[in-house]
Write a protein that binds this ligand. Structure first.
Ligand SMILES: [Zn+2]
Length: 258
């Protein structure tokens, strides 16, 4: 792999497709059943997320979700050093969730279902070798989505997470969950905290996503201080913080009991 990040096309057609897929292959999910849920997730994932990110969450007694592309193991890119095999076993032993992000971090809008299927099966096999249980949660690399990818991935995973900023409320789509970035230095914390304040207003599920967590983060990373500041605001608000798989169980358990 190269050190240069792939940037999906941002043209008019892709913009339209992103909007249109929000209406297709939906799995309705009511996230406004009375609980105020927050999940912290890390994508790809860099070692700094496993070391610094997990340490911060654990300080609050919380666990996170790590969307993992197994082909990144032991490599280095614009996010810094990516995870090592021992990071997976340590995260699992401490109760964090290892989730799927395709094996090679592919753009799911541009690849045929047969390719995506091979990617997730190989990712699952490699994660199993590294000591992770079978993933039940998935995040689209780059947030790129097609209707056929939603249908296929939805048959394998309980939830599919995108990167469209927003809180998941009553009419949510478990095949395209909203998520809010935690990116930048301390000066960027206003955006993340504004979503915690929005969650304070009504029940819902706020999912954060981050990449590297280090003192000099890349463009898509954050400092440990920023992540800690966001955690402190969530803690003060009294919200319930769960890995994605447990938040989904909480929501579907409530639905079944209703
Ligand atoms: Zn990613």
């Amino acid at each position: 792999m190269t050190n240069m990040p792939y940037i999906p096309s941002d043209g008019l057609i892709n913009s339209f497709r992103r909007r249109f897929t929000r209406l297709q292959a939906r799995k309705p999910l009511d996230c406004a059943q009375g609980r105020f849920l927050v999940s912290f997730t890390f994508d790809d994932f860099p070692r700094s997320a496993a070391i610094n990110g997990a340490k911060i969450l654990e300080k609050y007694g919380w666990r996170g979700t790590y969307y993992t592309s197994a082909a990144f193991v032991g490599t280095t890119n614009h996010l810094g050093d990516l995870f090592k095999p021992e990071d997976i076993s340590k995260l699992v032993s401490q109760g964090h969730e290892i989730a799927c992000h395709t094996e090679h971090h592919i753009d799911c809008a541009l690849n045929a279902p047969v390719v995506i299927e091979r990617e997730i099966r190989r990712n699952q096999a490699r994660l199993r070798t590294l000591g992770a249980p079978k993933p039940v949660s998935f995040a689209y690399p780059y947030g790129e989505i097609s209707a056929s990818a939603k249908t296929l991935l939805g048959s394998h995973y309980q939830t599919l997470r995108g990167v469209r900023a927003g809180i998941n409320r009553r009419y949510s789509d478990a095949h395209q969950l909203n998520a809010v970035p935690v990116e930048g230095g301390l000066d960027a914390k206003a955006l993340a905290i504004s979503y915690v304040e929005k969650l304070n207003e009504a029940p819902g599920w706020l999912i954060f996503y981050a990449h590297d967590v280090r003192d000099a983060p890349g463009e898509w990373g954050c400092t440990p201080a920023l992540l800690d500041a966001v955690c402190a605001v969530v803690k003060n608000a009294g919200h319930e913080v769960l890995p994605v798989c447990d938040a989904m169980s909480a929501l579907t358990g409530l639905e079944e009991a209703a």
